[in-house]
Design a protein. Structure first.
Length: 159
């Protein structure tokens, strides 16, 4: 949605102070911080200099961000590897960084989480046949970002 409100005028130093304080309290990636700076009326080229300084002083660390993102989305949102990977790619995180970060999810935990999700969802899914219920559960698990091999393993163990 387009807004008519003028952008807030922010200097390079103000932007650095705001973003460094933000990064000190939580993990952020370059993409998220650039989105924030887009809302500010900053001098040309200042955003790049601010990002460069934040990276140099290790306020921004894409690897550290990716690992924290993976842990958080798996543990709290119950997302699978596929969805987490897609979200990190959307944020501009490098493929090799994503692969390293996904190692934070032990395969046993991945399967156990998926089994628990499917068991929980099964209680609320309605269907005319077991086949229809199973299809709905598979779609649900796919939407959460789990891959089909893991879904099949979890469904086989459930029965």
């Amino acid at each position: 949605m387009y807004s008519n409100t003028p952008k807030k005028k922010v200097s390079k130093d103000e932007a650095y102070l705001k973003l460094s304080a933000l990064c000190a309290s939580a993990e952020y990636c370059e993409y998220d911080l650039r989105k924030k700076m887009d809302k500010w009326d900053m001098p040309e080229g200042s955003a790049d200099k601010v990002i460069e300084q934040l990276v140099k002083e290790r306020f921004i660390d894409e690897e550290r961000f990716a690992r924290a993102f993976v842990r958080e989305k798996f543990r709290f949102n119950k997302w699978g590897r596929v969805r987490i990977s897609l979200e990190l790619k959307r944020k501009g995180i490098a493929e090799f960084t994503i692969e390293d970060a996904l190692e934070e999810i032990p395969s046993d935990d991945n399967l156990e989480t998926l089994k628990a999700l499917i068991a929980s969802k099964r209680r609320s899914v309605k269907g005319k046949s077991e086949y229809e219920i199973k299809c709905k559960l598979i779609r649900f698990a796919l939407s959460r970002g789990f891959d089909m091999d893991d879904i099949n393993r979890a469904m086989d163990n459930e029965e």
